[in-house]
Ligand binder design. Structure first.
Ligand SMILES: O=C(O)C(=O)C[C@H](O)[C@H](O)COP(=O)(O)O
Length: 207
């Protein structure tokens, strides 16, 4: 069986999506799948998140779907009920981590310092989000962390076509998260062709 880490590593880039209307999930999923990015992190920053995940899961059973911006155990339950493969949080919240572990659901919490990496390792985690990657020191900071800790990372926040390959060149980086190929205004205006073009360009830019 392919592990979550192997899937992330194969995908290299995970679109981080805020969706306002759950009816937009399937057309959006279609352009992602058709342009070589069969994955999505749907953030729980909009009330439509859970229904959007359900719609995506039903339409694209093979898609790798994560829940983003998961801040509480209640949201963990909602995300699991909706059918996610993994959970992502912006920060490191031991309560949420413990709850995901109890429910046997992979969680990739955000960290941006040596102390937080160590606290996450203490809880048995080996895959972490580096967030917010750019403002926290970007590639040089992540290289300093990966030189010390045997942990895999998913940098997110400030990743762009200009720097994604630098992040991916770091051995411990599985994949990067980003919003540049799924801008909120294009989703709101249902500009699926434009999003498809951005997705295609993002995939083509990967080394
Ligand atoms: O809420 C979360 O869980 C997040 O991951 C936050 C974001 O969506 C990133 O900040 C994306 O950053 P950009 O790619 O720079 O737009």
């Amino acid at each position: 069986m392919t592990t979550l880490n192997e899937k992330l590593q194969a995908l290299k880039v995970i679109p981080v999506i805020a969706i306002k209307d759950a009816n937009d999930a399937v057309p959006l999923g279609k352009v992602l799948v058709e342009n070589g990015m069969p994955c999505a992190e749907i953030t729980f920053r909009t009330p439509a998140a859970a229904q959007a995940i359900k719609n995506l899961r039903e339409a694209f059973p093979e898609m790798l779907i994560g829940a983003g911006t998961v801040l509480t155990s209640k949201t963990v339950d909602e995300a699991i009920d909706a059918g996610v493969d993994f959970i992502v949080s912006p920060g490191f919240n031991p309560t949420t981590v413990k709850y995901c572990q109890q429910r046997n659901m992979p969680i990739i919490p955000g960290v941006n310092s040596p102390s937080l990496v160590e606290q996450a390792m203490e809880m048995g985690l080996t895959t972490l989000k580096f967030f917010p990657a750019g403002p926290s020191g970007g590639v040089p900071m992540l290289k300093s962390l990966t030189a010390v800790y045997p942990v895999s990372f998913m940098p997110t926040g400030g990743v762009s076509p200009a720097n994604i390959n630098e992040y991916l060149d770091i051995n411990a980086v599985l994949a990067c998260g980003g919003t540049w190929m799924v801008p909120a205004d294009l989703i709101d205006n249902r500009e699926w062709d434009k999003i498809g073009q951005l997705v295609k360009e993002a995939v083509a830019a990967l080394k």
